[in-house]
Design a protein around this ligand. Structure first.
Ligand code: C6P
Length: 409
């Protein structure tokens, strides 16, 4: 497929024209959050200008329009991830973190007990790792961690050992936000299902960046965030197989999620509203549907290839110097990000020097502290790419890293 027309895409992101001290912004922190294209911003503004109303309630025209747009946004997101069950399999939350917590509380707290096991990986984000770790503590279940190899890939032999008939849940990241590793989540799901365990895929760094088909993976649950895929903050998605979501009890109670309430008890609304208590993320959900259109117009396979090319170029240029360690698999086999350290420069110093050159990257643990312990690093710098980044911007990153190296050597 032909390369992206990055110049045309950049026209949709006025923020990328910002300058600091006459130096144009180079935004390379997309794994943290992506920028928001004009069509999505316009969708949000149009909602509040023309048809803002509460949903599932009022019978007035505005509420009808808002309700239909909000409900259809669920259908659009279901289509984007290949969920043939449509809106019944797509729950809107606040973010990926809340999506994981929904399953941990609504299923984990109810179903897990002593002797049960949850299998995670050493590269998990805190959203997944801390959540299941704490649910295990509260239920008496036990967490186990699939180790990573020296190249930062999952040790699948160890995975086959660790996932047993005691395993109730396998929860793994699809693309690591620190290593860039693309995990074999379909294979993990098959192993989990061989042992009658559920498979939860943390897709925060994959749904925005490549074509993801929940049914091809055969995930039982899958989570991601709108703000990492050209959408606004305040919207996350939990995909769940319909029959599983039907079998679970909600854990947030209130309006919207009920059909009938008496003083004695309550009956729950149908899916997905059963898990969307109170006034939902209306404008955010409608905007996320627009973001799905925006990305599909570009093409997820082209986006994946664009990011892979930038990641490989960054990997190759950064490792031209032997004082740089890039974490994770080789440059030609990873998602669109590189986390690295430069021997003589602490990651935080590096990111602040890069900021002086208007290059925006992330420094820290990227919410993967246990992984950094495994890597033997207290922190790392991370550049992460998206549809509006260019090789020239990677060159600016490398030049700024060279400046830092001079400064500190
Ligand atoms: C793999 C993975 N899983 C879960 C999350 C959480 O997404 P939220 O929208 O914050 O809930 C993230 C978000 N990672 C950001 C913030 S720490 C990063 O800079 O890497 C992620 O990368």
């Amino acid at each position: 497929a032909e390369p992206l027309n990055v110049e045309a895409i950049r026209e949709d992101f006025p923020i990328l024209q910002r300058e600091f001290d006459d130096t144009q912004l180079v935004y390379l922190d997309n794994a943290a959050t992506t920028q928001t294209p004009e069509p999505v911003v316009e969708t949000i503004a149009d909602y509040y200008r023309r048809y803002n109303a509460n949903v599932h309630r009022g019978i007035h025209q505005l509420s009808q329009e808002a309700s239909i747009a909000y409900e259809e946004a669920h259908d659009r997101v279901a289509e984007f991830i290949g969920a043939s069950g449509g809106r019944e399999e797509v729950i809107f939350t606040k973010n990926t973190t809340e999506s994981v917590n929904l399953v941990a509380y609504a299923w984990g707290l109810e179903e897990l007990g002593p002797g049960d096991e949850i299998v995670l990986t050493e590269m998990e984000h805190h959203a997944n790792l801390v959540t299941w770790q704490q649910i295990a503590k509260r239920t008496g279940a036990e967490c186990k961690y699939i180790p990573i190899t020296d190249e930062g890939r999952l040790d699948m032999d160890a995975a086959r050992e660790l996932i047993t008939d005691e395993t109730e849940m396998v929860a793994a990241v699809h693309v690591s936000n620190t290593l860039g590793t693309v995990n074999p989540v379909s294979e993990l799901a098959a192993i989990a299902h061989d042992h009658d365990a559920y498979m939860f895929v943390d897709a925060a760094q994959s749904v925005p960046n490549r074509s993801v088909d929940v049914e091809a993976i055969d995930a039982d649950f899958l989570a991601f965030s709108g703000h990492k895929m050209c959408g606004p903050t305040g919207i996350g998605v939990l995909y769940g197989k319909q029959h599983i979501l039907e079998s679970m009890e909600p854990y947030l109670y209130g309006g919207e999620m009920i059909l009938k309430v008496t003083f004695e008890d309550s009956k729950w609304n149908e899916l997905p509203w059963k898990y969307e208590a109170g006034t939902p993320v209306i404008s955010q959900g409608i905007a996320l549907a627009e973001a799905c259109d925006y990305l599909d117009d570009i093409g997820m396979d082209r986006i994946e290839r664009h990011e892979a090319r930038l990641a490989e170029y960054a990997y190759d240029r950064l490792t031209e110097h032997d004082d740089v360690e890039v974490y994770g698999p080789p440059g030609d086999d990873r998602g669109g990000l590189v986390a690295f350290n430069v021997d003589s420069v602490h990651a935080h110093d590096l990111s602040s020097i890069l900021n002086d050159s208007a290059v925006a990257i992330r420094a820290g643990d990227h919410c993967t502290q246990p992984l950094h312990d495994v890597l033997g690093a207290t922190a790392s710098a991370r550049a992460s790419f998206y549809i509006y980044n260019t090789k020239t911007e990677v060159d600016k990153l490398v030049e700024a890293v060279d400046d830092a190296r001079q400064l500190f050597s």
